[in-house]
Design a protein around this ligand. Structure first.
Ligand code: PRP
Ligand code: URA
Length: 206
């Protein structure tokens, strides 16, 4: 299940990310802002519960969020998406999973994982700006499921059709959110037109 979130602000900021001359500080800022803007759509179906409260003037029957939210950035580049979302969901817990793509084989290697307890009754948002072959996201989701998560949303900024197909095949229960679905991968597994290596551009390691 794929949702491509279309909004002029998101598209404008994504254009800044795509420009090859964008500085690290602007790249970082725009990744965070796009994640925050995407959060409105991603949180649209969060479960709510009825509550009775008192305003300064009367009783009020209303609703509030009922499930916990856990954000799991895929290191490194997913880290850039945390702040924008956590500003809107200040009670969200944050787990981490470290994966990198072997540059020869493009296969994902897991090098770190640390999750909060109670993944099973939380809405888990896996954050990674790039969904290319889908190998990293698929492997990350597998580990997260093995740790008990049941409701998982994959939040990426740019995706390739190959990556979307991989997640739909491996994890048909996972909702995928993108800000843009690009046209294809090149022979090195980079998204075309894409924005280059997200981790390197975010952390200035080019
Ligand atoms: C990038 C990106 C994803 C992965 C996507 O990470 O952040 O995790 O590639 O590619 P895939 O869909 O083909 O698996 P990278 O491996 O470059 O690691 P880094 O974030 O540490 O730079
Ligand atoms: N990882 C990136 O950072 N960029 C791509 O285009 C593909 C994988």
């Amino acid at each position: 299940m794929l949702i491509v979130i279309k909004h002029p602000l998101i598209t404008h900021k994504l254009t800044q990310l795509r420009r090859k001359d964008t500085l690290t500080r602007d790249f970082r800022y725009n990744v965070s802002e796009i994640a925050a803007l995407m959060a409105y759509e991603i949180t649209r179906d969060l479960p709510m519960k009825k509550v009775s409260i008192e305003t300064p003037v009367s009783k009020c029957e209303t609703t509030e969020l009922s499930a916990g939210v856990v954000l799991i950035p895929v290191l490194r580049a997913g880290l850039g998406m945390v702040e924008g979302i956590v500003n809107l969901l200040p009670d969200a817990k944050v787990g981490h999973i470290g994966m990198y793509r072997d540059h020869e084989t493009l296969k994902p290697i897991t090098y770190f994982s640390k999750f909060p307890e109670s993944l099973s009754d939380s809405v888990v948002m896996v954050l990674d700006p790039m969904l290319a072959t889908g190998g990293s996201a698929s492997a990350a989701i597998k580990v997260i499921k093995e740790n008990g998560a049941k409701t998982i949303k994959l939040v990426s900024i740019v995706g390739a059709p190959e990556g979307v197909a991989r997640i739909e095949k491996d994890h048909p229960d996972v909702q995928i959110y993108l800000a843009a679905l690009d046209s294809r991968l090149n022979e090195h597994g980079y998204i075309i037109p894409g924005l280059g290596d997200a981790g390197d551009r975010l952390f200035g390691t080019i």
